[in-house]
Design a protein around this ligand. Structure first.
Ligand code: NDP
Length: 246
């Protein structure tokens, strides 16, 4: 009866997959959402128990309320929402089209607001819930070539604080994790054709290495758990010191 139910968007790869695995291994029934059916199936197989997938494109915002209602109908509640799905695009700002800018913001920000609103409407009924958003170092200092991504992630930190003030009195904690440079498909794409950028990242990271998805998942899990019962509105860097490095 009391088993927690979690949604992890983008849970079939990278940080999301590590987070889903961590939650499932702690007996949280975890629903992972992504677009790629084969990737989702493989993730569920890898995680083993306590995990199911739903194929859904989060940019189809009008369908999000129905998605959440279906999950609530099946499971009765949602305890944890991890807004992890995201896309990046590296391109000089002067070449970014309106369509490209909108696509990044639609995925990384607009869909996050809508799914959070829908899930929070369910959480307030039980006066309990934990929502974790994922930001980036791009929200902490200027990074060239990622203007749309930066806009979306900076806004994610803003809505984390705004929602924490509105929802915490209703029993819902809202927090954010800001990963530094983590070894995943997303960062591999950014670094593979740009060894200079990779070197620059390592220079300004006091711990001198990239992070692992598991290291980010551990912090997300902590924030989702009752161990973090007095933490809300926080943005926690998991970055090997990158955000304070010289
Ligand atoms: P991945 O590319 O491995 O994971 C992103 C996930 O998002 C994929 O599983 C993808 O699944 C899903 N996704 C993307 N678009 C949609 C969509 N429209 N609908 C549903 N699912 C979608 O990246 P990471 O694990 O590296 O990134 C996870 C989060 O961490 C992102 O928010 C990213 O911005 C953030 N981050 C990552 C950093 C890093 O260094 N790796 C640093 C800072 C922040 P599918 O393709 O099946 O849709």
């Amino acid at each position: 009866m009391d088993r927690k139910i979690a949604i992890v968007t983008g849970g079939a790869s990278g940080i999301g997959l590590a987070t889903a695995g961590k939650l499932a291994s702690h007996n949280v029934h975890t629903i992972i959402i992504g677009r790629d059916h084969a990737k989702l199936k493989e993730a569920v197989r890898q995680i083993g128990t306590n995990c199911q997938s739903i194929a859904f494109d989060l940019t189809h915002i009008a369908q999000i309320p129905e998605l959440i209602q279906d999950i609530v109908k099946t499971h009765g509640k949602i305890d944890i929402l991890v807004n992890n799905a995201g896309i990046n695009m590296k391109k000089p700002a002067l070449d970014v089209t309106d369509e490209e800018f909108g696509r990044i913001v639609q995925t990384n920000l607009n869909s996050v607001f809508t799914i959070t609103r829908e899930v929070a409407r369910e959480m307030v009924k039980r006066k309990n819930g934990s929502i974790i958003n994922i930001s980036s170092m791009a929200a902490h200092y200027g990074l060239p070539g990622v203007v749309a991504y930066t806009a979306s992630k900076t806004a994610i930190e803003g809505i984390t604080r705004a929602l924490a003030t509105e929802l915490s009195p209703l029993g819902i904690r809202v927090n954010c994790v800001a990963p530094g440079f983590i070894f995943t498909n997303m960062s591999a794409t950014a670094f593979n054709d740009d060894p200079e950028r990779r070197q620059k990242v390592l220079w300004r990271t006091p711990m001198g290495r990239l992070g692992t998805p598991q290291e980010v998942a551990n912090t997300i899990y902590f924030l989702a758990s009752d161990e973090a019962s007095f933490i809300t509105g926080a943005v926690i860097p998991v970055d090997g010191g990158n955000s304070v490095g010289f």
